[in-house]
Write a protein that binds this ligand. Structure first.
Ligand SMILES: *[C@@H]1O[C@H](CO)[C@@H](O)[C@H](O)[C@H]1NC(C)=O
Ligand SMILES: *[C@@H]1O[C@H](CO)[C@@H](O)[C@H](O)[C@H]1NC(C)=O
Ligand SMILES: *[C@@H]1O[C@H](CO)[C@@H](O)[C@H](O)[C@H]1NC(C)=O
Ligand SMILES: *[C@@H]1O[C@H](CO)[C@@H](O)[C@H](O)[C@H]1NC(C)=O
Ligand SMILES: *[C@@H]1O[C@H](CO)[C@@H](O)[C@H](O)[C@H]1NC(C)=O
Length: 449
């Protein structure tokens, strides 16, 4: 006897998974057939929260609960106040696998997930943190997240936080968060050449203001990380005489200040002849002030080629600051490298074979408007900062560094999707660029070719 199975077409799925999740949550809410009681004590208070839970569900999610529940059905758990406040959400996650989270809840929630070894939740919260560095919070949260990431040894999160802080340093230095920066974090930031900020002087001021009273050796290390040659001699003189921290620790940085004054008083080429200097002191960071570059907002960037020009100082040495260099910039939204250009075929009398416009990619070229003998011994490294809007705030999405043209890079705006109005690189349909020109004196910085 043949049974007609009706073919695959009649197979249907009855899917009540949502209703099941709903019932599991009710189980927790009403405490029906509970066989485990969790008494959550808040550290430093008499408060105790009681949850009627189920061994099966707790053990399923957490081996820590499994072993705790092995010989007892009532557990007393001690939690810090911020974790205790989230405990109900946390337990609910164990029953239904879903949780909503706010910026200030990330650390206490991650702490709970780590304590009870819920690795899916640990990963989820770490991922949330990486994606919400630019989230809106009144006192800032990235510094706190960085310190937490160090404590738990999450290197990827540390790196994301550092990158965020480096590129958004001006904003962070202006916020109340700056006061909570640890000495270790400050030293790590001071080492970086990719800090985005108005000027080196701004950095000095922030270091001075944000300085906790650490050991003398630490203050001196910090002061020695400031790139004094990038500060104008008049400002240096002012610091030397007026800054209380400088006055107090003058002996520790005397040699650097002296070197910076010498750097300003001779041509850099001449200077290098007499001094064997080779250090980051002479490398500019990403300064936003006008002598180093210019902002460029390109409306409708996908439409056609655009150009602009602006002026910068020849170099940070006082010998060069008054000399201006004019730069021409060309932006092409769909530039094709020669190998991909349309081929003009003789046989079809000049007809264009398959132009593959979609192969074009954004390109930006920066050239000096004139050549000058002053440029000898100086090369100009260019950095383009791309601003994006996230959660209503503008912040730096990418920094691209190159010598003359973004052809040198494989990834310039590669994921930008400028054609799409919804591209996350566009703010009100405009591309927000900031171009920085960094003069590098070859004779001073013998960088590897
Ligand atoms: C069942 O429904 C839920 C929610 O509607 C859905 O997320 C899930 O993918 C469905 N499962 C199957 C096997 O279709
Ligand atoms: C759980 O308990 C509540 C109140 O005690 C009761 O109304 C409800 O029907 C119970 N649910 C189940 C699934 O037993
Ligand atoms: C359960 O076992 C642990 C060690 O295995 C022990 O420390 C604890 O006191 C036991 N609890 C009860 C209620 O027996
Ligand atoms: C300059 O310093 C770098 C790293 O500190 C080093 O690798 C390089 O060899 C030095 N160059 C000279 C010429 O001293
Ligand atoms: C990041 O930096 C940009 C400009 O540098 C600033 O407008 C923005 O507010 C910063 N974001 C945060 C979260 O500090």
């Amino acid at each position: 006897q043949k049974v007609d199975l009706g073919g695959e077409a009649t197979v249907a799925t009855i899917n009540h998974s949502l209703a099941l999740l709903q019932r599991l949550q009710e189980l927790l809410q009403n405490g029906n057939v509970s066989d485990a009681t969790l008494r959550v004590r808040t550290a430093g208070s008499d408060e105790v929260k009681v949850f009627h839970a189920h061994q099966l569900l707790l053990s399923l999610q957490s081996e820590v609960f499994e072993s705790l529940l092995h010989n007892q059905s009532t557990l007393t758990l001690h939690e810090a106040p911020d974790s205790a406040a989230l405990f109900e959400k946390f337990i609910r996650y164990l029953y239904c696998g879903e949780i909503s989270i706010l910026l200030h809840q990330a650390i206490p929630l991650h702490r709970l997930a780590s304590k009870y070894r819920i690795s899916s939740l640990q990963k989820g919260v770490a991922e949330y943190m990486k994606n919400h560095l630019a989230g809106e919070s009144s006192q800032g949260h990235v510094v706190g997240w960085y310190h937490y990431a160090v404590k738990i040894g999450d290197e990827a999160l540390q790196e994301s936080c550092l990158q965020f802080l480096a590129w958004n340093l001006s904003a962070v230095m202006a916020s109340t968060e700056w006061a909570s920066v640890s000495v270790e974090l400050l030293l790590l930031l001071l080492e970086r050449s990719d800090l985005v900020l108005q000027s080196e002087l701004e950095l000095y001021t922030a270091v001075e203001m944000g300085l906790p009273p650490p050991a003398r050796a630490v203050v001196e290390k910090m002061l020695r990380s400031v790139r004094y040659p990038m500060i104008s001699p008049s400002h240096l003189f002012h610091l030397q005489k007026q800054s209380p921290v400088m006055v107090k620790h003058y002996r520790a940085v005397q040699d650097l200040l002296f070197q910076a004054f010498q750097f300003h008083s001779a041509s850099p080429i001449h200077f290098a002849k007499y001094f064997d200097v080779n250090c980051s002191m002479f490398l500019p960071r990403n300064y936003l002030s006008a002598s180093w570059g210019s902002q460029w907002v390109i409306n409708n960037p996908a439409r056609d080629d655009r150009s602009t020009s602006f002026q910068t100082q020849l170099g940070p040495s006082n010998h060069d600051t008054a000399k201006r260099v004019t730069w021409n910039v060309l932006f092409s939204p769909r530039w094709l490298p020669v190998s991909l250009r349309p081929v003009y075929s003789d046989s079809v009398s000049g007809a264009i074979q398959s132009i593959r416009i979609e192969d074009g990619r954004p390109r930006l070229v920066i050239t000096p408007a004139m050549t000058s003998s002053d440029f000898a011994g100086v090369s100009f490294q260019k950095t383009i900062l791309v601003g994006v809007r996230q959660q209503g705030k503008v912040f730096i999405k990418h920094a691209y560094s190159f010598h003359q043209s973004t052809d040198e890079l494989a990834d310039f705006l590669i994921h930008a999707d400028l054609q799409k109005r919804t591209s996350e690189y566009l703010i009100d349909n405009s591309l927000h660029l900031h171009i920085i020109i960094k003069p590098v004196y070859h004779s001073l910085i013998k960088v590897k070719k």
